[in-house]
Design a protein around this ligand. Sequence first.
Ligand SMILES: Cc1cc2nc3c(=O)[nH]c(=O)nc-3n(C[C@H](O)[C@H](O)[C@H](O)COP(=O)(O)OP(=O)(O)OC[C@H]3O[C@@H](n4cnc5c(N)ncnc54)[C@H](O)[C@@H]3O)c2cc1C
Length: 550
Amino acid sequence: MPAERRPAIVAVDDEPAVLAAVARDLRRGFGERYRILRADSGAKALELLTELRTRGDQVALLIADQRMPGMPGTEYLVQARTIVPDAKRVLLTAYADTEAAIAAINEVALDYYLLKPWDPPEEQLFPIVEDLVTTWEAGAALEAGGVRVIGHRFSKDSHDLRDFLARNRVPARWLDVERDGEARELLQVAGVAADRLPVALLEDGSVLERPTILELAERLGVAGQPAQDHYDLVIVGGGPAGLAAAVYGASEGLRTVMVEREAPGGQAGQSSRIENYLGFPAGLTGSDLARRATDQARRLGAELLTVQDVVGLRIEGAGRFVELSGGGTLSANCVLVASGVSYRQLDTPGFPELTGAGIYYGAAVTEARSCSDQHVVVIGGANSAGQAAVYFAQYADHVTVLVRGGGLERSMSHYLIERIGGLANVDVLTGTQAIAAEGEDGHLKRLRVRGPDGEQELDADACFVFIGASPRTDWLDGIVARDERGFILAGPDVRDDGWPLKRDPYLLETSVPGVFVAGDVRARSIKRVASAVGEGSMAVSLVHQYLVDG
Ligand SMILES: Cc1cc2nc3c(=O)[nH]c(=O)nc-3n(C[C@H](O)[C@H](O)[C@H](O)COP(=O)(O)OP(=O)(O)OC[C@H]3O[C@@H](n4cnc5c(N)ncnc54)[C@H](O)[C@@H]3O)c2cc1C
């Protein structure tokens, strides 16, 4: 990369010896890919960042010492965040400052705190910085965009295309035909009529008018084709449970393929920040978790087929056959159903018509940046709604959370209730539900809500709905035993439900021997990322047992 185009890493420390040491080590580890810039005070570093931003230079990482007279590291990082919000943030601390660093995780949205001294850098500095800049690079590449999508901001088809590209980590740039002059010029050059939107312009010059997701996925080579005739393990669903099973299955030498309907990551992939997953004290975004797990599964040799829907399961003697929506079939010794749950939709008047045009199910992270200066309403009282409120509060002018129950305590984790309580631009209306959504020019304009004080109207630019979820397991009807809500029974729950063998079913085995279940779709499962990951990995050892002992 030409020297002047390299993104920057900015280090700040008032102690000349420490600053020189950190700059020297960073240069040795990352000098070829990044410019290593330094400043000897927070104030000078802020000036430098403003200068870099004015020139349009990218900043990947900020490293700041906590103990600096004048401006402590945390204060500098809070201000720096407003100048370069996407840069990763690291605090350099002495052992005695660990408490301050942990407290700063929320205040600064700190990505890491690094203890001084960091010797040897090969172990204590390089892997951490490498991980952070790789994550930053993944985000920067996505924004830079090879594919350009042009459409109307409030069209459901445009939203679905953007969401698909973002969740599959395809670098893409979004152009709003109403606001962006470049969009209109490009359409004219490509000869696309205004009623043929959305349109995707690919890097090879091809123009896809109103493409379906599958068409786009195939053209971009995202979908993948099965490489084998027969697998030891077919995994249905690429959420945390499926991804964990793919990682463990492949690493233990099983021929493993994972089939995912939309994009790897599942519900977790839509989380704006998972703060309770073990080992990530600063939290991590769902898309980051999905990216890491997908890379890990692929590296270990698992095959991933995405944008393919499993529509049927056939049992023929010891053979298990998984049928795909495109007409293909995968043959396997074992199947793991890890298909999770999907959002329930509101059938309140106005909601179905305005879905994708101001009303969204799930966090719709792609929409967040367009929410600046707007009033966002979040419906729901569980953790997913709480996370969304905290996340949108960073972008929106104001966020209102509508909760049907009398409070949040029974449905939301304590840490999220506290975070929401500390945000000046978020208010929570309890005992309140939406009774209608109304639009103008095809876009959401206001909600009518009913609460303890009667009915009122709320102007709303966007509304994100999180009202629980249910499994979509109809394709297993008559084959695998399920409870009355469609969750799949396993282990002790199927022993008396037509179980055909003398031995007891394994813990995560369904009513069909050799067909296992893990994660949210399992009856009585705990709905958490960690438990889904735990069950996905556990299922692989049960698959082994089945393959050896039957
Ligand atoms: C916004 C949000 C925030 C959350 N935050 C947290 C948190 O902070 N901490 C926490 O512990 N938990 C959190 N959760 C819950 C957590 O994400 C889930 O418990 C977890 O993702 C369950 O994993 P899973 O693999 O069982 O299912 P899912 O994540 O639901 O994944 C299932 C996958 O299967 C695919 N699929 C379904 N049917 C088919 C089919 N027929 N063919 C092919 N593919 C199919 C789906 O597209 C999906 O990708 C959150 C959930 C949401 C929605």
